[in-house]
Design a protein around this ligand. Structure first.
Ligand SMILES: [Mn+2]
Length: 358
């Protein structure tokens, strides 16, 4: 089975389990996952026997060239949902309740008002399907990560004291685009000095402040995201800053070492938190340790204290990103992406972590 046949086989097995005759797919990520074609305005319909994808004239030619042969490419309305529902005797149609807007759901209901169909939310169905990555997916994520690492080398050499946070973010994004990134993986974070205490701060059009500069960003390859954070120092680090930085680093390395298949997701978070709390920063690691990465920048599985008895599986990719944030003063975060392997893990991030002073 090739990768697309495998995806359809897995999806249809889940559909049977859930008693679904069909699924309406509208989110761009799941559209890409099931059609192999990126169309932010496209939609697809999968039954147990057949699959259709609709693209309007803006995307139709590209769709015909790129969509998997397992899926028929159609222009809007040809065929209609009603025609498909009656031809295939569909009774229960699943929809992406996490991604379908109320108004789009109303349109779907309206398009099928003459058919006796019921609608069923699919909940985490696609999230579950996408959690474990195949080799080609890992390759895309690694390719994106290589671009982000090159951007880090570049920015460390490029930063001057005259630059603004916005310019640092723009330079990272421009470099990544020129080196093969489809677009930024998410809004690039570059926050310095007092603003580095904001874990997801927005770059400001002000000159870099002395102190920590946290850069959290990623590239996108074939729809797959990378995610990395590095904190450097503008100027010189004092003893307090070195202690804080090395505590975050120690927590990060310890948590990465604990990543293995069968390990509890909550345990990685606890390991990092104990190190940070124990070094005198209790309560200042103010978010979860990490998250899954794939077609979405934040996806399943998470690493945090709310994961109960959930355990890691080979093929899952998680970020490990502890931080310490002191409001109004400064903050620091270090983030790698890690692939869970049978009996261990592989750090997908290949980028220096020792404290860099610029
Ligand atoms: Mn992240």
């Amino acid at each position: 089975m090739n990768k697309m046949e495998l995806r359809y086989a897995k999806l249809r097995a889940k559909m049977k389990e859930l008693g679904l005759d069909a699924i309406y797919i509208n989110s761009p990520e799941n559209h890409l996952y099931m059609t192999d074609f990126d169309n932010p305005d496209g939609w697809a319909f999968v039954t147990l026997e057949k699959a259709w994808v609709w693209a309007d004239m803006r995307y139709y030619e590209a769709a015909k060239a790129e969509v998997t042969s397992l899926c028929e490419v159609c222009l809007p309305g040809k065929p209609s949902f009603e025609e498909i529902a009656s031809e295939y005797g569909l009774k229960t149609i699943g929809y992406e309740d996490r991604r379908l807007t109320c108004s789009s759901f109303a349109s779907l209901e309206n398009a099928l008002k003459n058919c006796k169909v019921e609608f069923a939310p699919v909940g985490g169905l696609f999230t579950d399907l996408r959690t474990v990555k195949t080799d080609d997916e890992v390759e895309n994520i690694e390719a994106a990560q290589r671009i982000a690492e090159a951007a880090f080398d570049h920015i460390v050499k490029t930063i001057t004291y005259d630059m603004t946070e916005t310019e640092v973010a723009a330079e990272l994004e421009y470099f990544m685009k020129r080196h093969g990134s489809e677009k930024p993986s998410f809004d690039t974070i570059a926050v310095s000095g007092s603003a580095s205490s904001r874990p997801h701060g927005v770059p400001r059009p002000v000159k870099l402040e002395k102190g920590f500069l946290t850069m959290d960003y990623g590239a996108l390859v074939k729809g797959y995201h990378s995610d990395m954070t590095r904190t450097v120092v503008i100027g010189k680090a004092d003893e307090e800053m070195k202690k804080l930085y090395n505590t975050v680093l120690r927590a990060q390395v310890a948590a990465i070492e604990a990543v293995t298949d069968g390990a509890k997701n909550a345990d990685m978070d606890r390991i990092a938190r104990e190190i940070i709390d124990g070094a005198g920063y209790a309560g200042l690691f103010s978010h979860g340790l990490g998250h899954g990465v794939g077609l979405e920048i934040h996806e399943s599985p998470n690493l945090n204290g709310r994961m109960g008895d959930a355990v890691l599986h080979p093929g899952e990719i998680v970020t490990v990103e502890p931080g310490i944030y002191i409001e109004g003063k400064y903050g620091c975060r270090i983030e790698d992406m890690v692939l869970v392997t049978p009996g261990g893990s592989r750090d997908l991030t290949n980028c220096p972590k020792e404290l860099i002073e610029i």
